[in-house]
Design a protein around this ligand. Structure first.
Ligand SMILES: N[C@@H](CCC(=O)N[C@@H](CS)C(=O)NCC(=O)O)C(=O)O
Length: 222
């Protein structure tokens, strides 16, 4: 199996944490975002979205980080990350879906309009969209905060793929103009997960390392 990833990319980190957690053996190739490695036709034949992560296993070309994580958890000997059981799996898939459709959508929209556009794209963010995404994030952060009031993990008593999915924005959480203070349980959860060993190991070594091929890969090629 082979995984294509980008250093520091939240969705790559989601999958890399599962690779580490399960101990599953696969080759990892890091792409250079700034050299357009995701944009060439050879890579787009694997992932037409021109995004990472992408997993290749024989004829299977799998993209979408949550689908990749389900696949890896199932293939590993230790599938505690996606436990067998109709109800528990539905619960995990519920939170994977919610994270993509609501929490991450609100977060990502606010990050794009309020941070990425003015800082990196030389354009002003749309105030109406900024206000809308803040309201949405308030709405969904409240749901997550209440859910985490009496629990350490999203589903059950231990880490599942729902947790690695939920926290994939962790590195950028404080970079957006949003008041997280009212969300005590959510904040404690993000801090706990930030320090969890398999997740922590996927963090970029520095801001400069984000999006670039790591030295270890360059050394192994050269
Ligand atoms: N829904 C996709 C999102 C993938 C995604 O947004 N990947 C980002 C990196 S975190 C990317 O490749 N961005 C490059 C681009 O948009 O050109 C997933 O979960 O895998």
């Amino acid at each position: 199996m082979k995984l294509y990833a980008i250093v520091g990319s939240p969705n790559s980190r989601k999958v890399l944490a599962v690779v580490r957690h399960t101990g599953i053996e696969l080759d990892i190739e890091y792409l250079d975002l700034f050299q357009g490695d995701t944009q060439n036709s050879a890579y787009k034949a694997l992932n037409p979205n021109a995004m990472v992560p992408t997993l290749i296993d024989g004829d299977l070309k799998l993209w979408e980080s949550n689908a990749i994580n389900q696949y890896l958890a199932e293939k590993s000997d230790n599938n505690s990350l996606f436990p067998v059981g109709v109800a528990v799996r539905a619960d995990i898939v519920r939170w994977l879906s919610w994270e993509l459709a609501h929490f991450n959508q609100a977060f990502g929209t606010l990050a794009l309009e309020a941070v990425a556009k003015p800082k990196f794209m030389n354009m002003a963010g749309d105030e109406a969209i900024i206000n809308w995404s803040k309201n949405q994030l308030n709405r969904f952060a409240t749901v997550l905060n209440n859910h985490l009031r009496d629990r350490d993990y999203i589903v059950g008593e231990d880490i599942t793929i729902a947790d690695y999915s939920m926290i994939h924005i962790e590195f950028f959480k404080e970079a957006i103009p949003f008041d997280w203070a009212p969300y005590e349980h959510l904040n404690a959860y993000f801090e706990r997960m930030r320090l969890s060993p398999h997740w922590a190991k996927t963090a970029p070594e520095s801001l400069d390392a984000i999006g670039r091929i790591p030295q270890s890969q360059l050394n192994s090629v050269g």
